[in-house]
Write a protein that binds this ligand. Structure first.
Ligand code: GLC
Ligand code: CA
Length: 564
């Protein structure tokens, strides 16, 4: 019965290991570093830790290119460190999720090496290998990171498919041997005591067969992968088999990375018998995306944000749980994306935090979000590590932008914004490393860091602790976890309001997304202020003047008439 699943009242926190905490001064965050910060995370109140990939990898895409699923990359530590992390979490009643990256592996994985050595042998069928003796590519799909998805294999007359980087060849899920090898690995990890997995790029495992070209959507003659994906059918067979062969047996928590589902399909993923426990709500991250490329994206308005979150909530309609985010390792910092730059301050950061945190779903925090970390600044494209930013920069140049303008246009969307090292204190390199960090620290670390915020009860960090404590407070948790969500005052510009309702309790969240006060006449009088980001003096029980960027959580229970 879904309502009793162990993970529903939990709060998750994503760690990007490379940038979290470096224990040995090589400039790269590592597993012993994470272990040393578990007390900090426990004190914050989070229960589930998702680790971006730590498997052995050549790091062409920061670990999302795995060359051995059974090993820890030495830059992160050892298998003993990983076991110790799981154990230390268990002692603290915390759970570890690993990142499951099985749409593709690394071209340095043994399977691909064998396929390359014998492109007609058994392992060739672990991948998509096609004859490309003639000039024509097998299909005209554009890789997510730019350029065609087909890469020639030297001296073989064959090319292989990669929907991401060319060092990330796609695994052929049609081959039962591939599927079995994946399940064996998942079970091996779950037996070590993992809580579950975050599941990477999963919608890509099913290709539309037979492989074919589609109408091009840019001058490069290629089409977006989504065009092919929307033509693919039958992923349900793979996903049901995956669940039954692995997760189900361990009662694991799984959260899928899924940018869209076809109409009516969402409940197949997260309903009562869904393939996964949850999927991320990416609707806000898709706002303003241009088909031409990042350089042509448009900024987010409060109305966009409101419509995105309410549309997602309505799609789920209380059946199953989305996982809610404002950022992750693939996105800019949420406070830089959803708040105007000139108004990005502690008050507005707290407002954004409360607005997403009390939505119905499993709240995920991304490292540094709890202290309000912001986008970084790039002065030159050479400072960028992220493969997708580099590709989008090229697209901007091709569209005619001058180098400086191209950098300015793509920087707000760079994945490196969220990948800069965690800001622990005011020591050199923000206390992240005693060496030289692999990616430069955001210079604002002297102002924004954990140590300073721990001392300051008015900090963003303390506010996040309050949000977490509120969701766990036995007096309100049923409502905040299971209660239905009803948008209210939806037509009022720059205001986001919703009720959370469960049995005889009704809570009201109000956020004033503007730099002006806003007076509201309430439908129902309020009884208690449960949370506010500013000192409040509410006018009367039915009239409220919200200050600029104020957020309030109110108890309005006594005022309603209940159906049952
Ligand atoms: C997912 C990951 C991203 C990675 C891609 C390919 O989108 O979150 O970081 O580049 O998959 O594995
Ligand atoms: Ca290290």
């Amino acid at each position: 019965m879904k309502e009793q699943d162990w993970w529903q009242n939990k709060i998750a926190y994503q760690i990007y290991p490379k940038s979290f905490y470096d224990s040995n001064g090589d400039g790269i965050g590592d597993l012993p570093g994470i272990i040393s910060k578990l007390d900090y995370l426990q004190d914050l109140g989070v229960d589930i830790l998702w680790l971006s990939p730590i498997y052995q990898s050549p790091m062409a895409d920061q670990g999302y290119d795995i060359s051995d699923y059974y090993r820890i990359d030495p830059c992160f530590g050892t298998m003993e460190d990983m076991e110790e992390l799981i154990e230390q979490c268990r002692i603290r009643s915390m759970y570890v999720l690993m990142d499951l990256v099985v749409n593709h592996c690394s071209d340095e994985h043994e399977w691909f090496q064998k396929a390359k050595a014998d492109p007609t042998g058994e392992y060739a069928n672990f991948f998509y290998m096609q004859d490309t003796a003639s000039d024509a590519l097998p299909t005209n799909w554009r890789s997510y990171f730019g350029g065609p998805v087909w890469e020639p294999l030297a001296d073989t007359g064959k090319s292989y498919l990669h929907v991401f980087h060319k060092k990330q060849p796609d695994l052929n899920w049609e081959n039962p041997k591939v599927r079995q090898a994946v399940y064996n690995n998942i079970n091996w990890w779950l037996e070590k005591g993992l809580g579950g997995f975050r599941i990477d790029a999963i919608i890509n495992i099913k290709k539309a067969l037979p492989l074919r070209s589609y109408a091009p959507d840019r001058e490069d003659g290629l089409c977006h992968i989504n065009t092919m994906l929307s033509d693919a059918t039958g992923i349900d067979v793979f996903l049901r088999e995956l669940k039954q062969s692995t997760f189900e047996k361990f009662n694991a928590f799984t959260v899928g990375e899924l940018f869209s589902t076809k109409d009516g399909e969402l409940l197949d993923f997260i309903g009562e018998d869904g393939y996964f426990s949850s999927v991320f709500d990416f609707a806000p991250t898709l706002i303003g995306q241009s088909a031409k490329g990042w350089y042509d994206n448009r900024p987010v308005t409060p109305e966009d944000y409101k419509e995105a979150i309410f549309t997602s909530q309505a799609r789920v309609a209380g059946n199953g749980f989305l996982s809610t985010i404002i950022e992750n390792h693939d996105e800019p910092r949420g406070v830089s994306r959803y708040l105007p730059a000139e108004e990005c301050n502690d008050t507005s950061k707290k407002m954004l935090a409360a607005t997403y945190f009390f939505l119905r779903g499993i709240p995920f925090l991304y490292q540094g979000q709890e202290i309000g970390m912001e986008n970084t600044q790039f002065h030159d494209i050479s400072e960028v590590d992220d493969v997708s930013t580099i590709s989008e920069y090229q697209i901007a140049l091709q569209a005619g932008l001058a180098p400086a303008a191209a950098l300015r246009a793509v920087a707000p969307y760079s994945r490196d914004n969220a990948r800069t090292p965690m800001q622990w204190n005011t020591a050199t390199h923000s206390g992240f490393t005693a060496g030289t960090p692999w990616l430069a620290v955001n210079p604002n670390y002297r102002k924004i860091n954990v140590a300073a915020q721990q001392e300051d009860t008015a900090s963003v960090l303390h506010f996040y602790k309050q949000l977490i404590a509120m969701r766990k407070n036995p007096q309100y948790s049923d409502t905040l976890v299971h209660g239905s969500l009803l948008p209210v005052y939806r037509e009022i510009p720059d205001l986001i309001g919703y009720y959370r309702q469960y049995r005889s309790q009704r809570l009201l969240l109000l956020s004033n997304f503007q730099n002006r006060p806003q007076t509201l006449v309430l439908e129902h009088p309020w009884q208690h202020v449960l949370l506010s980001n500013l000192v409040t003096s509410l006018d009367t029980p039915t009239s409220i003047t919200l200050k600029p960027y104020q957020t309030l959580l109110l108890d309005v229970s006594d005022a309603i008439e209940f159906d049952k």
